[in-house]
Each structure stands twice: as C-alpha cells, then as structure tokens.
Ligand binder design. Structure first.
Ligand code: GRF
Length: 210
C-alpha cells in the first residue's frame, strides 16, 4: 500500500463531489486516505460550509486578495505544505491550476468533468454550458470523466469515464443532474484506486489494476 493520501479538495461551488468523496472515506470504501484541507476561491462556496461542518480545515484563497499570480500561487502552495498534502482533487474548481502547482504535484492532481472528454472540454466549457453543448450537438451519450490534471484545461490523461444516455426530453438541467449522479460514483472510485496504488501513470498512459 502506498503512503496514505492526504487530500486537498479545491472547490468553487456546491461541493457535492467533495461530499461524495468524504462519504466514501468515512464509510470505509476508500481506506488509505483522508481529506485534510478544503480550498475555495469563493467565500460563499457550499464546499467551505460542508468542510466546516465536518471539522475539516477550510480556507478561502482568492486571486483578488493578492497583488500578483505569484503571490497567489505561493499562498496556495504554502497552505498545501502546511497540511502535508500529497494529492489534490479538483471538485468544481473554476480556476486553472498554475503550472507551479501542477509541477509540484505531478500526476497527483485529479479533476472531474461533466462530459465525455476529450469532447466538450476546454476553456469556457463549464457548468450548464457543457450540457447545452452536448444537447446542441445531438449527442446520444454523455457522461463524466475523471482525469489527471496537466497545464491545459480538461486535457490530462483520462482515468475513468462513465456514460449516461441522452434522452430526447432532456434539458441541460435534467442531463446535468443525471451526470452529477455518476460523477459521485466515479470520482470516489478513481480516488480509491489511486489510494490503493492501483493507478500507474507511465509514458503518458494510465494503467489500472483492479
Ligand atoms: C460538477 O459537475 C463537476 O463535474 C464540475 O463542476 C461541478 C461541481 O459540482 N467540474 P459540485 O460542486 O461538486 O456539486
């Protein structure tokens, strides 16, 4: 078993994926991990409130509080170091992760995206826009993707994907709700596999052993 995962969650919004990961840990599905820190760029994020309820350290760190990108990123890195973080899970975090952080946590940052990457990802593809684009393209399938984070939006190596059928009656909202349900399945599962040392990244490819 590898070293215990000391996870930092980065979230800007409701925090339902954070909650799902937390439940998987507290319910014993993910054994070799704990959530040690929640960071949000949004002081009103539901994720911060959930974290406080669970007595998990929760901090609001926003670019607007700092004079430069460097100062902002150094503050993030300082917080991660203070809490001995060795894995980052982006869960609805609306800011791009700086290359300095990607470099310090190479292959140890995951993100969840509410579509089947590489389709419907990239800059500007977030929230309902993703589901609206899926419907506009008349896709028969959508889904969710967990991927390793590199220095481009929604670009890193894919770890897990699960599909949902797009129904003719779907609106962006109904599709989003169905996709979110499977996000809550595959994100904890991807973290479990990582925590158990079952995910290896070699030559830009993911090898998963069950
Ligand atoms: C999810 O749909 C996720 O895929 C996207 O942002 C949303 C976050 O939802 N990146 P929540 O804050 O986890 O409820």
């Amino acid at each position: 078993m590898p070293d215990k995962l000391n996870i930092a969650i980065f979230a800007s919004g409701n925090g339902s994926n954070f909650r799902a990961i937390h439940e998987a840990i507290s319910g014993g599905k993910i054994r070799n991990a704990q959530i040690a820190l929640v960071i949000s760029n949004n002081s009103d994020a539901g994720a911060l409130e959930i974290a406080r309820g669970f007595k998990i350290p929760a901090v609001h760190i926003s670019r607007t509080q700092y004079k430069s990108d460097d100062e902002f990123n150094a503050t993030l890195i300082g917080a991660l170091a203070k809490h001995h973080i060795n894995f980052i899970a982006l869960a609805g975090y609306m800011k791009k992760i700086d290359a300095s952080i990607v470099g310090a946590f190479r292959n140890r940052i995951m993100n969840i995206h509410p579509a089947l990457l590489p389709k419907f990802g990239g800059d500007g593809m977030y929230g309902m826009k993703v589901h609206e684009a899926v419907l506009a393209a008349k896709e028969k399938l959508s889904g969710a993707t967990v991927h390793i984070v590199d220095d481009q939006y929604d670009h890193g190596i894919i770890v897990l994907q699960k599909t949902v059928t797009v129904e003719p009656s779907d609106t962006a909202e109904t599709l989003a709700a169905r996709v979110l349900k499977i996000e809550h399945e595959i994100y904890p599962e991807a973290i479990r596999l990582f925590a158990e040392g079952k995910i290896k990244i070699e030559d830009g490819k993911v090898i998963i052993s069950q």
